[in-house]
Design a protein. Structure first.
Length: 211
């Protein structure tokens, strides 16, 4: 099974990706992880990517597609995978069709006002734990390690609005693209609890596997 996971910032892709990969024994491929690995290992394409990231520029679509194409050629991707963070736009989706046969595009659909609340209310700890101000009851420390919680610079309202705007203009069109191919499956209650959303996702994937 080869899956694309779609969803706006704050939709809960990270949480669901981990669960999906675990239950269905799928390789979770994150473009961010691929970039970091190539840059760390000093590969030729990693050097090209680094030249852009070091200067604060976005890595061109062509370079991103080549990195993903190379990763999908590895042996461990042969038994199925889930793409997270790719494709981000129509060009990348069209290029992906040239070197991969995607089965399902899973879209986690969440109302924009809820996304703003989720992201802007998020507080992080250096240990990796994440919280929402609505559950902290005024606390500013991590319940796991006692570390001081902080708000990520890109979680402030102005930046979040920009991120959501970019998503709507570049990534949201992929919904229609995969719908036209008959591969789109939307989880329309993304505002439910993570468990609720996962139940819906499992229903979709189990049906696909059993058909």
């Amino acid at each position: 099974m080869k899956i694309i996971l779609l969803g706006a910032p704050g939709a809960g892709k990270g949480t669901q990706a981990s669960r999906i990969a675990g239950k269905y024994k799928l390789l979770h491929i994150s473009t961010g992880d691929i970039f970091r690995a190539n840059i760390k290992n000093g590969t030729e394409i990693g050097k090209i990517a680094k030249s852009y990231t070091d200067s604060g520029r976005l890595v061109p679509d062509e370079v991103t597609c080549e990195i993903v194409k190379d990763r999908l050629s590895w042996k461990d991707a042969g038994q199925g995978y889930m793409l997270d963070g790719f494709p981000r736009n129509l060009f990348q989706a069209q290029q992906l069709d040239k070197f991969a046969d995607i089965d399902i595009c899973l879209n986690i659909d969440v109302d924009e006002s809820l996304l703003m609340d989720r992201i802007c209310g998020r507080r992080m700890c250096a240990c990796g734990e994440s919280y929402h101000v609505s559950t902290l009851q005024g606390s500013e420390t991590c319940a796991k390690c006692g570390g001081k919680l902080y708000q990520r610079p890109d979680d402030v309202p102005e930046t979040v609005k920009t991120r959501l705007s970019t998503y709507k203009s570049q990534t949201a069109p992929l919904i229609e693209y995969y719908k036209s191919q008959g591969k789109l499956y939307s989880v329309t209650s993304g505002e439910g609890s993570p468990d609720d959303v996962f139940v819906q996702i499992c229903a979709i994937l189990d049906k696909f596997l059993n058909d």
